[in-house]
Design a protein. Sequence first.
Length: 194
Amino acid sequence: MPDIAQPRAFIASIGKRENSQFSASDRLAHEIRSARSVQCVRIFKACIDGADYLLTYMPPGSTCPTYQADECKLQVDVRSDAFQSICTDSTNDDPIAAVIKLKEGCTWQVEHWAAQLAMLNLEAKESIRRERVIFETWFSFPLGRSVYLFAYMQPSHFLPKSKDDLSQLEVDAIHAEFKLTWDKTIKIPVRLLA
């Protein structure tokens, strides 16, 4: 049974799911309606290696029975979780999601990066606060022979702007170094659906 105290994410292929009773467009519409009925669950659509996928983000404490269906879904691993606060205010900015492909041979660095961020959790929270982000969660998942990251962020224009003269945090340097493992030749479009 999954730990609902942790954020969760699911990846599902729109056109290739098994045990489907409906067409891809019907399933997509059903999932979006289901997500809208559950506070803070978000669904994004991403095109990865030429195929369309749904990326579903579920915050800590959320449950959604539609995600227990017998369809082919890949639950992804939480890699970093920096929550400033549990804020469900609908006046916050739209959430931001990104999907990033890692360069070949860099998979082991995900574990190293996640472990460093976990040790520097307070700094990670301060770093995202400076960026006017309420919380930020990173997941990793394999597709075929490649490994991807799924990042979910909730910005808020209500957070105060940071002063320009703040010193750089150690966690920012670690994250900048980890970005060298990202395949920046690949742009993966991600669009919020619900």
